[in-house]
Design a protein around this ligand. Sequence first.
Ligand code: BGC
Length: 314
Amino acid sequence: MVNAWLGRGINFGNALDALGDGPELALDERHFDELAKAGFDTVRLPVRWSAHAEALPPYSIDPAFFQRVDAGVGAALGRGLQVVVNVHHYHELCTAPDEHLPRFLALWRQIASRYADHSGRLCFELLNEPRGHLTADRWNAVLAEALAVVRDTNPERTVIIGPAEMNSPDALPALAVPDDDHLIATMHYYAPFEFTHQGAGWVPGAERWLGRTWGDTADENAVRDDLAKVAAWGRKQRLPLFIGEFGAFSEADMSSRARWTAFVRAEAERLGMSWAYWEFGTDFGAFDLELAAWREPLRQALLDDRDPTAGIPR
Ligand code: BGC
C-alpha cells in the first residue's frame, strides 16, 4: 500500500521551491543520508517549476533545473526512500488561472513524461496549496485536467491531491475526487495557526502571537477533533490520507513545538495517515544545519517508536 510506504516523511522545504527572499536549503546528498539513517521513509520535494520554465509556449522547463530535480529524486530513490514531487509556489496560477492553465498543464506534461519510467516510489502531487482565484470549483476542474495529463504517460503512478484554501482540512469536503484508483488525499495541518506561525515574518501580525505555548487538554482535544474529521472524510471517500505538511515555526518554544509535533504525529499514525514534517533544515527545521545534527526533541517527536508524547515535559 503506497500510503503505508509513505509512512513518516519530511519536507526538503526552501530548497527547489525557494522564493529567494528567505532561508535556503542547498540540497546535499548528505541530507538524504541523514534522513534515511534517522528512519524516515519519505522525502517531499517541493519544486517551484514555474520560476524555471519559459513564460511562453512551449513553456519548456530549464534543462539545468530539471537536472537538479532529477538529482533530488535519484538521491531519494537510491536510498530506498519514497519521494513526492509537487508543483510549489505557482502563485500566478492562483491569481490568474485562465491565463496560466495551459502553462500549468505543459509543466505537468514535461514532468510526467520525464519520470514515467521511474520507480513507483516516486509520487506526484499536483499543486501545493491552491488559493485565491483557484476556488474549490475552479480547482476541481483544473485538478481533473492536470490528472488527465499525468495519466497519459503514468497510468498507475500514485498522485496526491489536496483541497483548495491552501490545502486546509476544512476545505476537504469541497474537493471533487476524480474516479481513479491511484490517488492519495493530502492536507496541511498548522492549527492553531497562532501557535505554529508565531513570529513568522511572512504572516502579517504574527509577532503578536509570540510566547503562545501549546499542550493543555483543550489544545489536545482540538487536534483530536480536527484529525478525526479528516479521517472520517477519508473513510467516506475511501481515500488514504497524507498530511503533506505540519510543523511549528522556530520562534515557538521548543518544548511546545515538540509536544505539538509528537501529538499530531501520534494522532495521524493512530488514524492510519502518513505524514511529512515541514521541514528539514531551515526555519521550521528538525535538523540543525550548523551543528549537522537533529534537534533531538523534534527528532524524538517524529520518529521515536514508543509513545512520542510520553516523557515530554509540559
Ligand atoms: C510554504 C512555506 C511556508 C510553510 C509554512 C509552505 O507551504 O511553502 O513557504 O514556510 O508552508 O507556512
